[in-house]
Every structure is written in C-alpha cells, then in structure tokens.
Design a protein around this ligand. Structure first.
Ligand SMILES: [Zn+2]
Length: 372
C-alpha cells in the first residue's frame, strides 16, 4: 500500500502548490481548517484485503524459472494495484515456502521457492496464514526454513510457528491509521502427516477450546479479530455443517472477520450474528488466488475488501464488503481480474463472471463487485 500512499501524497503536494497561487482558494482552505472536526473526521479508516490459496505447482514454477532463480512477476504483476490497495492484505500461503535449497516440489508434497514470498511482499501482501493441510508436507525443516524466509522479508506470519513461544505470541498488526488487527489461524488437518512429538507449535489445528482462548486474547489486544480457517470440503461450492458451526463459534466469541480457505473453489460470503448481536463477516472459501490447478473453477478466485472504521470511543464498524473475482490463465499462469478476461482468452468469460457474482452474493445481496 505504501507506494500508492506516497504517490497520492506527492500528487496532493503538487495540488497544494497550485492552490497557493490563488488567494481565494487559500482563504477558503484556512476557513476549512478552523472548522470544528466533524464526527466523520474523528473516525479512523482502513481496508482489509484478503485472497485465498497460493499453491505453486511444478507447472507454475517451471514457467517462472529463469536460470537459478524464479520470477513470478509476469504472473502476478496485474494484481499489484489491488493487493497494494489494502491497508493490510492477507493471503493463505498453502504450499510451504521452504526454498530451493531443500528442493522445490509439487503435489502432493509441496515446497515452493522463496521468490514467491519476495514477490508477494513486493506486490502488497502484508500477512500470511501458514496453517493448512500442506504445512507438514516437507516436514519440520521446510517449515523452519519457510519461517526464516518470512522473517527475513519482515512478513507477518501465523498458524505455523518456530517454537512454543512463537506460537503463544499473538500476531497483532498495528496500522498507521490507528486500527489494530489480531490474527489467529487453524487447519482441519495435515493430510495424515503427524506433527513431531513435542513440536505441536509447528502448526495450529482446529481445536474449539484453543480457538476460544485465542479469539478472546485477540479481542482484548486488538481492535479487530481476524480468524483464518482452513476447512471445508475440496471442490464444494457451499459450506458444510462443520464450517457453519466453527464460524458460528468464532462469531459467538466475538471474532469480527473469518477468512476461510481450502476448498480451492469459491464459497459465498455471509454476515453472521454472534452472541449479544455481534456482527461477523465470513468468507467461507476465498478459492485459489495463485495456482497451477488446471480446472477452470480452480483458476477462479478473488480479492475480498472490507472497510473498517474506528470511532473516537474505539468502536469498530465493518462495512461495504466488496469482491473482485480473479482468473489465472492456463499455461502461462498469468492472473487478471475476471471482468477483464476477453472471449478470446476464455470463451465463456462473461458467463463465468456473472455466475461468480451471483454465487458470491447469494447471502449478501449488496456485495459490490468493483471494476476498476
Ligand atoms: Zn488446503
């Protein structure tokens, strides 16, 4: 987000320079500055942006390979403005980013080059969830190596940890806007691979009691509680009973936002009411964001945006959810907003876009679909 704020700031400076030349404008400005602050001005505002799975298959990293390095820029660069637009941008890093030294690998036991993290960071991702069914694919070495890479990049990570102390340290993202977000994340399982004895900190499993404790801690320490849940059934386009129960539990505990992923397809969003009327926004599955999965439904994902306001009493309001469906093209794995995909690129592009909008908004009728 920083680059864009800087650009905006520079533009404002230039504008301010122009305005000074007119006395009339200057006096108007002075009057405006003296006016008492309205209630609206006393509110802080931010945008939380979220994308689903980043799951790098061999058919993707082989295309990205340039000599000894990997360059994902041609695939990701169209997404940069949308990722940068969020004050805080979340992604689910599904394939563990152990780096090339451990040998990159694909399904069913993933290990991704660290360049993916460098480029996600460069293009605007601020925080990654690491708790998912592939966390233990390449064992402890790959997890620790991936955490080292994330730390080198100064990327906030959660859901997988390097020690018990690390696991017990709640992640709180403090924004310059004065709104803080607490992140907790869990996975339903790790594909039958067991966590080494005594190293339970390596990945957070869904555990209702632990979730309650963590959410309560996040409620105390942050303005907004965000729960990341890796759950549901692969390729199912609607949430199942277990997803609904877990999300209700999060809502009842006072979570503000639930970001779901794992099905590799989109599931709708919904507002839930928790205990005492608390409102929670839920995305049951954000689908794949960047992937080498080949089916069309697995190559359609999206970017969720939520506007967050904090008033002078510290009250939080989340509003104006919007969703921009995204598309990964097969073969070159380039990403772009789905609304921009031409018939030449995908014959049924219009139909897919309309159906995706209908599907995502079926429980939130005023969900917006930005096209810019
Ligand atoms: Zn998964």
């Amino acid at each position: 987000m920083k680059k864009y704020s800087l650009l905006l700031f520079c533009m404002l400076l230039i504008l301010a320079g122009c305005v000074k030349e007119s006395d009339d404008q200057t006096s108007k400005q002075a009057i405006k500055e003296q006016e008492p602050k309205t209630e609206k001005e006393e509110k802080s505002h931010m945008t939380l942006t979220a994308v689903g799975d980043i799951l790098i298959h061999d058919r993707v990293y082989n295309v990205a390979k340039t000599g000894k390095r990997y360059d994902f820029e041609p695939m990701l660069k169209e997404m940069e403005p949308y990722l940068q637009a969020g004050t805080v941008t979340f992604a689910n890093q599904e394939s563990v980013m152990g780096g090339s030294k451990l040998g990159v690998s694909t399904y069913p036991s993933f290990n991704s080059p660290k360049e993916i993290g460098e480029q996600l960071k460069e293009y605007g991702v601020d925080v990654v969830n690491l708790a998912n069914n592939h966390t233990l694919d390449r064992g402890e070495d790959a997890i620790l190596s991936s955490i080292k890479h994330w730390k080198d990049l100064d990327m906030m990570y959660f859901g997988a940890y390097e020690s018990k102390e690390d696991q017990e340290t709640l992640r709180v993202y403090d924004t310059e806007e004065g709104i803080s977000l607490g992140f907790v994340g869990y996975t339903y399982g790790t594909n039958g691979i067991e966590v080494p004895a005594g190293k339970e900190y390596l990945v957070n499993y869904i555990d209702r009691e632990q979730m309650k404790k963590d959410i309560q801690e996040a409620n105390q320490k942050a303005d907004v509680t965000v729960v990341s849940l890796h759950f549901g059934i692969e390729y199912e386009t609607n949430p199942n009973q277990e997803q609904k129960e877990l999300v209700q539990l999060a809502a009842d505990e006072g979570a503000d936002i639930v970001l779901g992923h794992h099905p590799h397809v989109l599931q709708p969003v919904e507002w839930l009411e928790g205990k005492d009327g608390h409102q929670t926004f839920v995305a049951y599955s954000l689908g794949n964001f960047f992937t080498g999965q080949e089916e069309l439904a697995n190559r359609i994902g999206g970017i969720l945006n939520l506007e967050i306001e904090k008033d002078k009493d510290g009250e939080i309001e989340i509003h104006s959810p919007s969703f921009m469906p995204t598309y990964v093209s097969h073969g070159d794995w380039k990403m772009q907003p789905l609304y921009r995909v031409t018939k030449k690129e995908l014959k049924q592009a219009d139909k897919e876009y309309e159906e995706t909008k209908k599907h995502m908004s079926k429980w939130v009728k005023d969900l917006e679909f930005p096209e810019e």
